[in-house]
Design a protein. Structure first.
Lengths: 258, 492, 241
């Protein structure tokens, strides 16, 4: 059973000197980062810098091997947990390419997921009726049709629908920390606003935090970050406030290779 | 060679009009026969005739005794008339005056035969360095004995050994001993065992480490002497990091009696080596009443012994009355690759049971099988294939596509895939479809000005394209023509 | 058949012959004739071991819908021999789930004897432990049986290195105006889907079970007793995962 301490002003995620390999190739090479409750951080960087690797490594994807460093999440050793235990502890990864699962309906998937998390936290499972109420509210908030919730997970969804579905899932699961990997890619301007509003509504709370992984500044017009970091060559090479994102948008990444 | 000339265009056209066999004629050449029938004496005769060392004779005799205890396989979808093994000759060699150094010394009659076949062995043209001409070395097998090899000098420079198997037995006994019967064991099957006992001649190729063979190697087989079984034996060894492309083509003259052909082809590829083996098989298929034609019982197998080795079989099978043939790959090396691309055409009363076996023993081994069967007339075509994944072979991938095209409602098209998987990480996909040429397709093509047979040939070539494009240039053109010729008279 | 078959018999090449010997001689095959224009729906749950043999003849325009769950006993075999007359329709939806050292087989011979008949076969196998799961399916189209439309969809999942899946989706076709297709896929659960489910909080075992349920779901679609079949299948899945 995983406890939930009071969160305000607490260090939520602390990454120290993280090294990670993918297929024996070093991708993260000494990355350090600290995120407190109530904060929104953005990680930006050129393609191939290791942005997605960071998200996958924190979520525990098989094949992403940590070779050095440590990560604590709410005071616990995150790296010692299995992927589902990290989820139950309150970590949510919004996938850049949400996975299609034929034959499994969104509703079934989310209800089983949520109840598995609740079980691990020592809470009773949500009844079918209560779950549907919750799901309907979250789907409505994201402007998603209830029919889509009954369809197989992400199967036949457009790129934008998949991203919207990730936000509905985030709303239902209600995590402590959301790591959102290129959530803005593939979205048109209207969808971008809906998704941005969703992130603010669900996650901008004193006891929560967000790590936005993005290549472009445009999502940051809707979700104002407190801190912006530049990831290049597997490490954070620069940190600053929201103005850094604007500078990167103007100047590009080319002078940042460190 | 950039083109494959049909030399006697008028004769060819005449033959095509009657939907008869293009190469159905007989050349008059002196032939040296072994006594009719099959006994230990025959085996000894053949071995003696070829001046073989004792170990080779012993090997043959062992095979012969083994063969006597075996039975002809009956599992294929083939209706094979009983074969009287005592009523055939097992050795026939054109009487060579002496060892021949170049094509100039070859019997002009043989050269005339080749010319009529349109076989591109014009040595001078290539040696003269005709701009853009690709080099093809030919080890021409006329009946059972190699009578001429070309380009030996250039191959020698590269260190490539390209010899008849009889020469190789004498000159490179250690290499031959090491691999002969290692890939296709003596006991493998009835016809392979028979071949071990009585093989007449064939080809031996060795590509040394790191050598990319400077030219395509090819052998033309012909069956010419009446009542002569053909028992060719081929052994190709590609050492580490080498590459060779080998072309095999054959035609046979028209005879009324059926003739047995039971070849064995063994390939072995070491680390990082690649062998591309292409066949256009156009043995005489029998006449339109189903009379005559070759019985073709061939065992072809490749051992991908080395890591990252690759063997690719491409075959266009249009001939023979009966075809029984499964060019296979044993993928022992990690990351090794096996490929099988096949077009099999049957018409009239032809029967073909052909396919492949991909045996995945190494990790991350991959195989691709593309089989296109085209059946017409009263013929039967079967794809028979095996994909097997051993328990220790992690990360195996196989993709198999089997398509059948039926021309007419009197023929049969069959698909018999065996899939046996013992490792959970394997990804095996098999797809099969059956179709016919639609009236719409035919009408559309004809409305654009094609004759019916041209339209059929066009559509069939499109159907088989995936395979045909695997062939080296030299063969692609010939193969396309063959498909058209083989199907003449099948529609309308 | 009076003599015990051997490995040389194609229809028994992957069978557990020792287990078969204990069951020998087999009871006579069940004979079913589905009269012209009628529909037969049948559920076979093989959960105790044994060989079910059924010879089925579908008269003109008749339909037979078979739902099979093959999951019990050391050796379980469901063997259907089906003959289709003009315009008849045969459908087989089957799941087999095996663990330990079970040998499970679904063997079909579907003969399209006359024109315009259709057949659909869906077979899903999940194999764990040292289990062996086999599908031997032959579709034969007789001369003159034009407009035959037949399909075989065969998929298997291996959960352990010691499990075996065999498939032989065979076509024997003597008519040209036909649509006959088969597809066969053997593999393991998609690693990315497993990760995605776990990222949302499912335990590895639950994620596996959920994906496997989805994998076999097609086998019970449309069955009147679909819920019951699903429950039984789920119980078996949970026992092998």
């Amino acid at each position: 059973m995983i406890s939930t301490p009071a969160l305000q002003d607490l260090t939520m995620l602390s990454i120290t000197n993280l090294h990670a390999n993918v297929a024996d190739k070093p991708i993260l090479k000494g990355l350090s980062l600290s995120i407190n409750a109530g904060e929104i951080h953005a990680i930006m960087g050129p393609n191939g810098a290791g942005k997605s690797t960071l998200g996958y490594t924190l979520a525990g994807r098989p094949g992403y091997d940590v070779t050095d460093g440590s990560v604590t999440f709410l005071g616990e050793d995150l790296l010692a947990l299995a992927p589902h235990e990290r989820a139950a502890a309150g970590l949510f990864l919004g996938f850049q390419y949400p996975v299609e699962i034929p034959g499994v309906s969104n509703v079934q998937f989310l209800r089983e997921s949520l109840n598995a998390q609740r079980k691990l936290r020592g809470h009773d499972p949500l009844s079918g009726a209560d779950f549907l109420k919750l799901a309907r509210a979250q789907a409505d908030a994201m402007g998603m049709d209830m029919d889509m919730l009954k369809r197989p997970v992400n199967v036949g969804f457009s790129g934008g629908e998949k991203k919207r579905n990730e936000m509905v899932q985030m709303g239902i699961i209600d995590p402590k920390l959301a790591i959102l990997d290129e959530t803005d890619s593939g979205l048109d301007i209207d969808a971008l606003r809906v998704v941005g509003d969703g992130i603010n509504r669900i996650m901008r709370k004193p006891d929560k935090a967000v790590l936005l992984i993005t290549h472009y500044q445009r999502l940051l017009d809707y979700v104002q970050p407190d801190f912006v970091h530049v990831l290049a060559g597997g490490r954070i090479v620069r940190s600053g406030g929201p103005e850094l994102a604007l500078e990167l948008e103007r100047e590009g990444y080319k002078d940042l290779a460190a | 060679m950039t083109d494959t000339p049909i030399k006697d265009q008028a004769a060819h056209d005449a033959a095509a009009r009657v939907a008869d066999y293009e190469h159905g004629w007989s050349a008059d050449i002196e032939t040296d026969f072994a006594p009719k029938g099959l006994s230990e004496e025959t085996v000894r005769f053949i071995s003696a005739k070829k001046n073989e060392p004792d170990w080779m004779l012993d090997w043959r005799l062992k095979a012969f005794r083994m063969w006597q205890t075996m039975e002809s396989p009956d599992w294929a979808k083939l209706n094979v008339p009983p074969i009287d093994y005592q009523d055939a000759y097992y050795y026939a060699a054109p009487k060579a005056k002496k060892t021949l150094e170049s094509l100039d010394e070859v019997d002009p009659e043989i050269l005339r035969v080749y010319e009529k076949l349109g076989i591109p062995i014009e040595e001078q043209k290539v040696l003269a360095g005709v701009e853009g001409a690709r080099k093809v070395a030919v080890d021409a097998v006329f009946d059972s004995v190699s009578v001429a090899t070309t380009f030996r000098e250039e191959l020698k420079k590269a260190g490539v050994i390209f010899l008849s198997i009889s020469e190789a037995i004498r000159e490179y006994p250690e290499l031959v001993k090491k691999w002969l019967g290692r890939i296709v064991p003596m006991r493998d099957n009835y016809f392979a065992t028979l071949n071990c006992a009585v093989f007449s001649d064939g080809t031996f190729v060795y590509i040394p480490e790191g050598v990319r063979c400077p030219m395509e190697l090819s052998t033309y087989f012909r069956i010419n002497a009446e009542n002569t079984g053909q028992f060719e034996r081929t052994l190709i060894i590609a050492d580490k990091g080498s590459y060779v492309s080998y072309l095999e083509g054959c035609t046979a003259p028209m005879r009324d009696e059926n003739q047995l052909h039971a070849a064995v082809v063994e390939l072995v590829a070491m680390d990082d080596a690649e062998i591309k083996y292409s066949t256009v098989q156009n043995w005489y298929p029998g006449n339109s009443e189903g009379l005559g034609g070759i019985y073709n019982f061939v065992t072809k197998r490749a051992l991908c012994q080395g890591n990252r080795s690759k063997v690719s079989w491409t075959q266009v099978e249009t001939g023979s009355a009966i075809t029984w043939k499964y060019p296979s790959c044993v993928l022992n090396g990690d990351d090794s690759v096996g490929e099988f691309y096949s077009v099999a055409v049957t018409n009239n009363y032809q029967q073909a049971d052909t396919g492949t076996k991909m045996i995945h023993n190494g990790k991350r081994t991959r195989s691709t099988i593309v089989s296109k069967g085209i059946t017409a007339g009263k013929s039967n075509g079967t794809y028979r294939g095996l994909v097997r994944v051993a328990a220790q072979a992690d990360g195996v991938r196989n993709f198999t596509q089997c398509d059948s095209l039926l021309l007419g409602d009197q023929c049969g098209a069959h698909t018999v895939p065996y899939i046996e998987v013992k490792n959970p990480s394997a990804q095996i996909e098999h797809e099969a479809t059956t179709s016919k040429i639609s009236d719409d397709q035919l009408f559309y093509a004809m409305q654009r000005g094609l004759g019916q047979e041209e339209a059929v040939a066009l559509i069939v070539n499109g159907f088989a394209k995936e395979v045909l494009q695997q062939l080296p240039m030299e063969f692609a053109v010939e193969a396309q023509k063959l498909l058209g010729i083989s199907l003449e008279g099948s529609v309308g | 058949m009076t003599n015990l078959p051997t490995r040389r018999d194609e229809a028994w090449r992957y069978a557990d012959l020792d287990a078969l010997a204990r069951l020998w001689p087999l009871p006579a095959a069940e004979q079913i004739i589905v009269p012209e224009g009628t529909t037969l729906s049948r559920v076979i749950v093989q959960d105790t071991g044994g060989v079910h043999q059924i010879n089925l003849i579908l008269e003109r325009g008749a339909q037979a819908l078979f739902y099979v769950l093959n999951c019990g006993g050391d050796y379980g075999r469901v063997d259907l021999s089906v003959t289709l007359k003009q315009g008849a329709h045969f459908s087989l939806q089957a799941a087999q789930i095996g663990g330990d050292s079970q040998t499970l087989e679904i063997v079909t011979t579907v003969t399209h004897a006359e024109p315009d008949a259709t057949s659909r076969q869906i077979v899903r196998s999940v194999l764990a432990g040292q289990a062996t799961g086999t599908y031997l399916g032959k579709v034969a189209v007789a001369k003159g049986a034009q407009h035959t439309d037949s399909e075989q969809s065969v998929k298997a999942m291996l959960l352990d290195r010691s499990a075996t899946a065999n498939a032989k989706p065979e076509l024997e076709i003597f008519a040209d105006d036909v649509t006959c297709a088969h597809g066969c896929a053997i593999g393991e659960l998609d690693a990315m889907a497993m990760f995605y489910l776990q990222c949302r909080g499912l335990t590895p075992a639950d994620a596996k079970t959920l994906l496997l349920q989805a994998f076999i779901a097609e086998a019970f679609e449309g069955a009147e007793q679909a819920d019951d079949l699903r429950q039984r299948a789920l119980a078996k899945l949970e026992s092998v995962v």
